[in-house]
Design a protein. Structure first.
Length: 289
């Protein structure tokens, strides 16, 4: 059975119904994004139009344990597309970071499976008062204890839900999942990666991720890929080697040396580009006054 664009029935029915929806459109959409020819634009279209938002209606209206396989399949499609745009696979830690919201140091490609229980719980409690008004009686959801267990496994003990809880905000519940995932990630990585993650959490550090490409203020495919790899701690080079510019220091696989190498004036060039962009922006504002 299908009501208001959502499947109702057994797990097999729900899984098959969503799989058919995904298989009919997602492969063609993913293929077009991968072959658009501009990685930054492709990523933003993936983020805003083809990733988590595609599953929100389903995970808010169908209990998570009935569509877990479909969510895994969808997440795999999005991850594979992102890896193809990036030109590199993702380690477990890099994937965990990428699935976090940008405010938590990620890139916003949230996992539909990880957030499915939170989405359904918040949807149920948000609509519960209206449903009870229509039916003129109390409403009980027999699946809620399973969903609470699923959600509680993804957050800290202090944030666990129970039978007396009444959460209505999916944003708040998802933020609790992201916060716990970030804490686990920080505990699991090296000191170097801890420093990188702290930098990613600084105010406005993530602004470039969602910035829309316009005129000259946009990344080339190589620039976007390099910046995204550095953000996620993905190696840029296959192995350490002697810096071709200074011929003195080691260029590490993550490209950290490139940010401080004094040869060929790259630091001054970067400063000059930022200065010019700010000048053009301020000039445009003053011209409109």
């Amino acid at each position: 059975m299908t009501i208001l664009g959502s499947a109702i029935g057994s797990k097999q029915h729900c899984e098959n119904w969503i799989s058919q929806k995904l298989d009919s459109k997602m492969p063609m959409l993913i293929n077009k994004l991968e072959n658009l020819g501009h990685s930054q634009s492709s990523f933003l279209l993936l983020l805003y139009c083809a990733s988590f938002c595609k599953m929100v209606w389903y995970i808010r209206t169908i209990p998570s344990f009935l569509i877990s396989q479909s969510c895994e399949h969808f997440d795999a499609l999005i991850t594979n597309c992102f890896e193809n745009l990036l030109g590199s696979g993702l380690s477990k830690q890099s994937y965990m970071q990428a699935s976090l919201g940008t405010k938590n140091g990620g890139v916003g490609l949230r996992s539909s499976k990880s957030h499915s229980a939170a989405a359904y719980i918040s949807s149920f409690f948000k609509s519960k008062p209206l449903v009870q008004t229509f039916l003129a009686k109390s409403v009980v959801n027999p699946h809620m204890h399973i969903l609470f267990e699923s959600f509680n496994s993804l957050v800290s003990a202090d944030d666990h839900l129970n039978s007396s809880s009444c959460p209505t905000s999916q944003k708040c519940l998802s933020n609790l999942i992201d916060t716990h995932s970030l804490n686990l990630l920080v505990e699991d990585v090296s000191i170097l990666d801890k420093a990188r993650l702290v930098s990613c959490l600084m105010p406005h550090a993530n602004a470039w991720i969602r910035a829309l490409p316009a005129f000259r203020n946009k990344f080339s495919c190589l620039e976007w890929s390099t910046c995204m790899k550095r953000w996620l701690g993905v190696p840029i080079f296959n192995q350490d080697h002697l810096c071709a510019a200074c011929q003195n220091q080691v260029m590490d696989t993550f490209g950290h040396h490139a940010c401080v190498c004094p040869v060929k004036g790259d630091r001054i060039k970067r400063h000059t580009v930022i200065r010019d962009i700010l000048f053009e922006f301020c000039s445009a504002l003053l011209g409109d006054l």
